[in-house]
Design a binder for this molecule. Structure first.
Ligand code: SAM
Length: 220
C-alpha cells in the first residue's frame, strides 16, 4: 500500500475457485475491511464483490479477442455472464449489437444489472437471472459460453436457442498433450455438422490442464 497509494485494501486468497457460482473467497488483511471494488478495463467499469461473484482480470485479452470478432447488429447470447465483463467490453466497441446476458447467481446478477447502468448500456445488454438450461425461444447468432468446467452439460440447451449458421465460442478444459481433444469430442458428440473457425489457449488451469476455447460455426 506504501508503494501503490491508490490501493485501499489488500486481501489474501482463502481458497481456489469453487462451486457452481465459481467463487474464490478472499480475506482483507490490510487497509479498509471490504471486498467490493470497481475494476477498470478497456474503458469500462466493472463493479463486483470478490466474495460473492466470479471475476478474473486475466481474461482481459480474451475479452478483447471476442470484442473484435463481433459483427454489427448481431444477436448475442452471453451465457454464464457473471458480473458482465464480456458483454460490457463488447457493447463499448459495438453499441449496435443486442446482448442477452444470462446469470444464475443472484449476487452476480445484481452487479450485472448495476454494471449495465454504470456504463450506460441499458437497451444494449439485457440481463436475465436464469439457469441456462431453462432458456427458451431465443435465436442467438453468436453464443459465448464462459463456463469451462461444465460446458458440455449446457450444449443441448444452447443448440435449441440459436439461428442457422450461428457461431459458438465454446470454452472448456483440455489436458496434455492435446488440449483440444476433449472439447472437440464434446462438440462432435452433440453437433452433427460444424466448422472450426479458430481455437486458442486461454488460461493455465492446473498442471497439465488448460482452459481453451474453440470457435465454431454451425452448418446445416
Ligand atoms: C466461470 S464464471 C464466468 C463469469 C463471467 N462470464 C466472467 O468471465 O467473468 C461462470 C458463471 O456462470 C454462472 N452459472 C453457473 N451455473 C449457471 C447456470 N446454470 N445458468 C446460468 N449461469 C450459471 C456462475 O454463477 C458464474 O458467474
Amino acid at each position: 500500500m506504501k508503494v501503490h497509494p491508490s490501493v485501499k485494501t489488500v486481501c489474501r486468497r482463502e481458497n481456489k475457485t469453487k462451486g457452481r457460482y465459481r467463487i474464490r473467497k478472499v480475506h482483507p488483511i490490510a487497509g479498509e475491511e471490504k471486498t467490493e471494488t470497481i475494476y477498470k478495463e478497456h474503458g469500462i467499469k466493472i463493479k463486483l464483490d470478490l466474495n460473492k461473484t466470479y471475476f478474473n482480470p486475466r481474461l482481459s485479452h480474451e475479452r478483447e479477442i471476442i470484442e473484435n470478432k463481433v459483427k454489427k447488429g448481431e444477436k448475442i447470447g452471453y451465457l454464464f455472464a457473471g458480473v458482465g465483463p464480456f458483454a460490457l467490453v463488447i457493447a463499448k466497441k459495438n453499441p449496435d449489437v443486442e446482448i442477452t446476458a444470462v446469470e444464475l447467481n443472484p449476487e452476480a446478477y445484481k452487479y450485472l444489472e448495476e454494471n449495465i447502468d454504470l456504463n450506460n448500456f441499458t437497451g444494449i445488454i439485457k440481463p436475465i437471472n436464469e439457469d441456462v438450461k431453462k432458456l427458451k425461444g431465443y435465436n442467438f447468432e453468436r453464443v459465448i459460453m464462459t463456463m469451462p468446467i461444465y460446458s458440455e452439460e449446457f450444449l443441448n440447451s444452447v443448440l435449441k436457442n440459436i439461428s442457422n449458421e450461428a457461431i459458438i465460442h465454446y470454452y472448456s478444459l483440455g489436458e496434455e498433450p492435446d488440449y483440444y481433444e476433449k472439447p472437440m469430442k464434446e462438440l462432435k458428440k452433440h453437433i452433427d455438422n460444424f466448422e472450426v473457425l479458430d481455437k486458442r489457449e486461454v488460461l493455465n488451469y492446473a498442471p497439465g490442464k488448460k482452459e481453451v476455447v474453440i470457435d465454431i460455426k454451425i452448418k446445416d
